[in-house]
Ligand binder design. Sequence first.
Ligand SMILES: [Fe+2]
Ligand SMILES: [Fe+2]
Length: 406
Amino acid sequence: MGIKCFEELTAGMILASDLKASDGRLLFKAGTEIEARHIELLKRVGVAEVDVEAGACELSDGMLLEIEDYVRDFFLYVNPDSEPVVEMFRISLALTGDAVARGWCLPDIIQRRASNVEHMEDLFLKGMGSPETIVMHEAELASFPDIYFRIKEVLEDDSASATRIAKVVSTDMSLAAKLIKLVNSPLYGFPQTIDSISRAVALIGAKELSTLALGISAINYFKDIPPELVDMKKFWRHSITCGLLAKILATTQTGLSPERFFIAGLLHDVGRLIMFKKLPYASTEAMLFARENSIPLVEAERSTMDFCHTDISRPLLEAWKFPEGLSNMINFHHNPMEFPNPLEPAIIHLADNLTNAMEIAQGGMYVLPGVDEQAWEILGIQADPVLRDAVEQCQEQIDTILGAFF
Ligand SMILES: [Fe+2]
Ligand SMILES: [Fe+2]
C-alpha cells in the first residue's frame, strides 16, 4: 500500500482506500481499478495524492518463468492439449501473475505440504472400514440437526404452503439469517432488499429456498472438524466457489434450473468431511501423498485408502435421504460419464476443475483432477470466453456470498 502523487498514477493501479474530493465527496471506492478516464477526472477535480495498493508492478522475465513453473506444477496430471485445460492454464497464469504483482509470494514446496500429523489417531485402522461401515458408524453417532429433517419433510410435500415452509425455516434463527443474507447476495441479484423468509419464498420459490436451507443445515453438521486437520475456511471457500461457478456454468445449458447447482457444488466434497471426521490420519496421508506425487487428491485417496470421497458421499447422502438429483451430481462429480444422464454431474465436474485452477493463485494445494473429454463435449461450451467470463463473474460475487456463510 502506498500514497502516490497524482503524476505517478497509471491505469491499472488499484485504490487501497476510498478516494474523496477535498469537500469530502466520495469519488471512487476502495478496490476500484484506475482507468485513463479516472485519471482525467482526478486531474479536473485537483486530487494531489492517491492511496493505491502495493504491486501492480512489472514482473521480471525471471519471475514470469517462476510463475509459469509454479502453475504448470498443478497441470501435470491433466491432458495439456484439452481445450478447457488450455483455457484453465491461461486463467491460472493470469490470476497468479496478478497476485504476485500485488505482492503475493509463491509458496515453496514445504509450505505446500501439511506437516505434524502424528497426533491424529484414526477411529478406524486402515483397511478396517469400508465406506458403508464408516458412514453407518457416523449415522449412529449423528445427532443430525432436527431442522434438516423438518425442511426435508416440507420439501417432499408438494402441497406444503409457502407460509408453512417459511414457518419451518424461521424456527432456526441462524439458518434464517444466513438465508436472508444469501438471497440478498449477488447469488440471486434481486434489486430490492428482501427482509423476510416469506418474501424470499415468494421470490425464489418454495422448493428452491427449502433446498438452499437443506444445504446450509447440512453444512452446520460439520462445524466441529478440528482446525489443525483442515483449514475449514479454505474448504468452504472451495465448495462455495465451485457452487457459484456451477450455477454460472449451468446457465450455458437450456432447461436447467441453475440454483440447484449452487447447492450441489456447495456439497460436492461432503464425503471428504466425513473422512476428516472419521479418518483424520488417513485423509492427511492422502493429502500428503497427493502433493508428493503431484496427483489429484481423489487419486491419492484411492491409492492410500482404496476408496475416495465420492464412495463415502454415496451411502452418506442416501442415509440422509438427500434429494436424488442433487446426490447424483455430487456422487459423480469425478466421473460424470459413469452416470446415465451425465449433463448435470458434468457441470459440477467442470466447476470443480475451474475452482482448482482459480485456487492456484491463492496457494492451492492440489493438481487439477482433469476434465473428462466426453463430459466436456456434451456440455458444448466454448472454453474461450465462457470459462474466463465465469471466473470473472465469480470473482465479483464470491466475497459477498462467502460473507453470508461466515
Ligand atoms: Fe471432489
Ligand atoms: Fe472439489
